[in-house]
Design a protein around this ligand. Structure first.
Ligand code: GCU
Length: 652
């Protein structure tokens, strides 16, 4: 299937054409070949220029730089790019091409002086692709990795993808779903080694390590054993032998990602063992091969009785993993979702991220918009991710406990459940590509401003096209707040249709086993997570625990996450909670209508296919936001019998 070039289209910088730009380098190798090819393609597109031999640009190594860092200097038509390794050089080349476009200048006028090292070592995407070709929580077509239990080797598409990843500094991907089903267990057998070797050839030169999600019960499923007990020496030996076999066939593989004891997946709990027993057994097996275990912390009781108000799913990650701090091997990284629940439009930062002091951690974000509009609504998530990175956990009395500091250093980093598929434009909604681009950029440099990232992405994708840039920038920057307005109020989350998680359904999860409730009743709404309730708030450092426990100091956008509050409680805005719900839902639907009106003004300035896709999605969002507004407002009107203070229509 055909596919677009996304932000690597290199649209012409008008009025700046030149015949040739020349390159000199003594470096060789596959990564350098990719860097040169990128320069050739970039200059052809931006300036109509050929890449020739000469000294306009020099590529070199400087071992004093970070291995994934680069230094870029340019003035008077001359430019040097130095990298701490070949991959650093490649990153520098992408930086040059990006900066040329954002500057929008002729080659001779362009100046640059920047030196960068990545904020994080691990900058990874998790694909939730199944081997039948479907994608769990995929909203942009089918997998471009798998179909009918086979691995697809679509070299042009995979290469285009590898380039996109490297261009924003992503250095790892898991290609298969964490829920390892059907044929996927066999990815670590000779049935698939040949095809995976082709993947290594494509991704490795771009600095992208390949990881596989594995089935913790593989010794049973593949090895015919009667147990997967991590403390059974025979099981450990099976994994050690398996690792030798895997790495002998797939040298350079990054490691394994594991979802264990989570939502029905097998894990160490079956044998009365803890999460460290499981992770460490695998870590020991892969260590001689240089392998890495990424172990997810999404462990909770998904068979909860909703009648039992004593259990709180939000507590689970911390309760299971905190006591194990310091017991994990050095080649284990715990992958922790950004919030304690599951990628809602708003959640507090998971207390486990701040709690663990002696364990490698990666924060897991989700750019697949499972709960944020499924790539049919626009929702640019970088402003939120940046807030999370900026959050101070207060857990290092003598050091920096902002999330972005806690994920620095070896073994730590950022992961996103990704949003791509085989749709022509990769991400379904054209604007959802801003999340893919943005996540990469933010993971490489956690201090970047989300507004700047959005501007870059727009310029790279649409060229110098002022009406498009201005309008879409405004929409992107308003999109997350807008989505939040017509969603579940004040941090409580979960008012969606069960299973597929799309569209409003206030009680969709209320009486189910999944542990995600809002507990709306005649007298109020929200969950008491203060000391009178589950006391989840005391999983935070004392300053934060106190802040969250007290309704006066609890940030209002999270008020109902932490407290059960009466509908007539007056917020700082002077509005009651009920009126706040009405107002935000009216406003959210108005915002979505305005987005649509703004997008239709762009018709003359956009490629017809892009415009048609955008128009259709914004039309749907406008309508669907009204559905959200009406379902939620009606629900609370019925609960309270109190109408809108401004007399607007609320359906009965
Ligand atoms: C969510 C999502 C599942 C996914 C799970 C996970 O619950 O709905 O599809 O498997 O997260 O992160 O493992």
């Amino acid at each position: 299937m055909a596919f677009t070039k996304c932000w690597l289209a290199y649209p012409e910088i008008r009025g700046c054409r030149c015949d040739a730009i020349s390159l000199h380098t003594e470096l060789t190798g596959e990564t350098i070949d990719r860097a040169k090819a990128e320069l050739a393609e970039g200059f052809k597109g931006l300036y109509g220029a050929a890449l020739t031999e000469g000294d306009d640009i020099t590529l070199a190594l400087d071992m004093a730089l970070d291995p994934e860092g680069y230094r870029l200097k340019a003035a008077d038509g001359h430019c040097t790019i130095e990298g701490g390794s070949e991959v650093g050089v490649l990153y520098g080349v992408f930086a040059l091409l990006r900066n040329l476009q954002t500057a929008g200048k002729a080659w001779a006028q362009f100046t640059a002086d920047e030196e960068k090292a990545p904020s994080n070592r691990l900058r990874m995407l998790n694909h939730w692709d199944n081997m039948d070709g479907s994608i769990e929580r995929g909203y942009s077509g089918d997998s471009f990795f798998f179909k009918d239990s086979e691995i697809l080797i679509d070299v042009p598409r995979l290469t285009a993808y590898a380039r996109m990843l490297a261009s924003v500094g992503i250095n790892g991907i898991t290609i298969n779903n964490v829920n390892v089903k059907d044929a996927a267990s066999w990815l670590i057998t000779d049935r698939y080694f040949g095809a995976l070797q082709e993947y290594l050839k494509i991704f490795t030169p771009y600095g992208v390590k390949l990881y596989l999600s594995i089935n913790f019960a593989a010794p049973m499923e593949l090895g015919g054993m009667d147990s997967a007990d991590p403390c059974d020496p025979a099981v450990a030996k099976w994994w050690a032998d398996k690792a030798q076999e895997v790495w002998a066939n797939l040298p350079g593989l990054g490691g394994f990602l594991v979802k264990a004891d989570s939502e029905g997946r097998p894990g160490p709990f079956t044998y009365g063992r803890n999460q460290a027993d499981g992770a460490n057994m695998l870590a020991d097996a892969v260590a001689p091969c240089g392998g890495h275990i990424v172990w997810r912390c999404f462990v909770y009781n998904c068979q909860q009785d909703w009648r039992n108000t004593k259990i709180d799913r939000a507590r689970a990650g911390y309760d299971y993993f905190m006591p194990l701090d310091g017991t994990f091997r050095d080649n284990v990284t715990l992958q922790i979702k950004n919030g304690p629940m599951d990628f809602q439009v708003r959640e507090p930062v998971s207390p486990l991220i701040g709690g663990l002091q002696h364990t490698h951690i990666a924060v897991e974000f989700q750019i697949a918009q499972e709960y944020t509009g499924q790539q049919r609504h626009v929702c640019y998530l970088m402003p939120w991710f940046r807030q999370i990175l900026d959050f101070d956990m207060h857990t290092r009395p003598n050091g920096d406990a902002h999330v972005r500091a806690l994920i620095q250093g070896a073994g730590n980093g950022m992961v996103a459940v990704t949003n791509t598929g085989n749709d022509e434009n990769w991400t379904g909604h054209d604007l959802a590509a801003a999340n893919l681009y943005g996540f990469g950029r933010l993971s490489y440099d956690t201090t970047l401003d989300p507004a700047v990232i959005a501007g870059e992405w727009l310029r790279l994708t649409f060229g110098n096209n002022e009406p498009v840039e201005k309008t879409l920038h405004r929409i992107l920057m308003q999109s997350w707040p807008t989505y939040e307005k017509y969603n579940a109020p004040l941090g409580v989350g979960w008012m969606v249709n069960p299973n597929y998680h799309y569209g409003p359904n206030v009680d969709g999860y209320e009486y189910s086993r999944w542990g995600c409730y809002h507990r709306a009743s005649f007298d109020g709404i929200g969950i008491d997570r203060s000391p009178t309730g589950s006391d989840y708030c005391h999983q935070y450092a004392p300053e934060l625990a106190e802040m969250y426990a007290n309704v006066e100091t609890c940030p209002e956008e999270l008020l109902l996450f932490f407290h059960h509050m009466p509908y007539n409680y007056v917020l700082k805005s002077g509005k009651t909670i009920l009126q706040h719900i009405y107002d935000t839902h009216f406003e959210g639907a108005e915002d979505a209508a305005r987005f649509y009106d703004e997008v239709v003004t762009l018709k003359p300035y956009l490629d017809p296919a892009v415009y048609a896709r955008l128009e259709a999605r914004f039309a749907h969002q406008k309508e669907h936001a009204c559905e959200w507004r009406d379902v939620i407002n009606t629900y609370f009107y019925r609960k309270t019998g109190i109408g809108d203070a401004h007399g607007r229509k609320i359906y009965e």
